[in-house]
Design a protein around this ligand. Structure first.
Ligand code: ZN
Length: 374
């Protein structure tokens, strides 16, 4: 992971890069940050920059063999430890390392819930026992593969039990040359005070609202700026929470938009009027983002027609809907619907009476869809 892929935190990145460039590389560092703040991506970017063979002024090169291996989290000098569930036979990370790499490549802002899903552990307890601490020590006794630093990244060290913590402390107290510990934690209070005192603290704060909003729109381009900002503001700087909130509102939009178009197609005036009531009760921001969502769906329908299925950005029931709905449309009606939605957006911004506007639009929609049936 390169620094450029880590959201926000410009000052912290500059500081970490400066430290490496000036050769100030502490033996143990503790990256602490709340869920969704990016403490793990930050630690990974730090490790990649350190191991890069062609460091640039503000980031790892992204192209050298070391960077290519780091992108897959498969660098031979990057060692990983993380919580797992124990079986009778397995009590070390080795057996799960492929799952962990995959989970982080999928979502670098990994949290425990996503990791549980990644390893399909359901309700099993995830922990780190003394066997993992021994595994860490064993890995560090190996020579550096590329002759440079060895990096030991321990994710969620606060889940180590007492025996493991004490063993880790011993390892930290007797540092091997060129070995670097990156402890990536969410709850520092659960760590042994002696471990904390051995490590240099790197605080990764919650993200700023604007940073979360920008990141959301990059991940979900169909999301309007207002919806992105609303989810970001409610997330309190937690990217994962913001993604959840945004997806939730998107799912809500889908159901509403689908039901409304169905009612228009079947000319069900009573249902349409009920939907108009619901539409009017929700705030203007919600109304605008519903309309934008409608425009997004219309674009997906257009892509379907053009045979550009590879560009269609929906899946699941949305995709099914786009497939069915695009069959009902002609170029003329699709253009008309798009125009109606654009006009509605302007009207909402100009404070039109939402219920009147919605009913008005519904009747015109019925007309547009009927033309196609003839
Ligand atoms: Zn590189």
């Amino acid at each position: 992971m390169q620094f450029s892929k880590v959201i926000g935190h410009a000052a912290l990145k500059a500081k970490l890069i400066g430290n490496i460039r000036e050769g100030r590389i502490p033996h143990a560092q503790l990256f602490v940050g709340p869920r969704g703040s990016g403490n793990l991506p930050m630690a990974l970017a730090y490790a990649q920059y350190l191991l890069c063979e062609d460091r640039q002024a503000v980031d790892a090169c992204g192209e050298c063999p070391s960077c290519l291996q780091m992108a897959k989290l498969e660098h031979p000098d990057l060692h990983l430890a993380f919580p797992i569930y124990f079986t009778d036979k397995v009590k070390v990370c080795e057996a799960f390392v492929t799952d962990w790499r995959k989970a982080v490549r999928n979502e670098p802002y990994l949290d425990m819930d996503r990791w549980r899903e990644g390893m399909e552990s359901e309700n099993k307890q995830l922990r780190m026992g003394v066997d993992i601490a021994h595994e860490i020590q064993r890995r560090l006794s190996l020579k550096s593969f590329r002759g440079g630093h060895k990096v030991m990244l321990v994710w969620m060290p606060e889940l180590m039990d007492a025996a493991a913590s004490n063993k880790l402390l011993k390892v930290l107290e007797e540092p091997e040359p060129n070995t670097l510990f990156l402890l990536v934690a969410t709850d520092m209070d659960q760590l042994l005070a002696t471990i904390v005192s051995r490590a240099q603290l790197v605080k990764v704060p919650a993200l700023a609202t604007d940073e979360v909003a920008d990141a959301l729109r990059e991940r979900m381009p169909e999301l309007g700026i207002d919806a992105a900002r609303a989810a970001a503001a409610r997330s309190e700087g937690d990217l994962l929470e913001a993604v959840r909130l945004a997806s939730e509102s998107e799912a809500e939009h889908f159901v509403f938009f689908r039901d409304w178009l169905r009612a228009c197609y079947k000319r069900e005036v009573t249902t349409t009027a009920e939907l108009a009531d619901g539409f009017a009760k929700l705030g203007r921001e919600w109304q605008k983002s519903l309309v934008r969502y409608g425009l997004f769906i219309m674009r997906q329908c257009a892509l379907r027609w053009m045979g550009a299925d590879g560009l269609v950005r929906v899946d699941g029931q949305e995709l099914e809907f786009v497939g069915n709905f695009s069959k009902l449309l002609s170029e003329r009606s699709a253009d008309g619907i798009r125009r109606e939605l654009e006009i509605a957006h302007t009207h909402i911004e100009r404070n039109a009476n939402p219920k009147v506007m919605f009913m008005d639009m519904s009747y015109r929609m019925m007309g547009l869809l009927r033309v196609d049936r003839q």
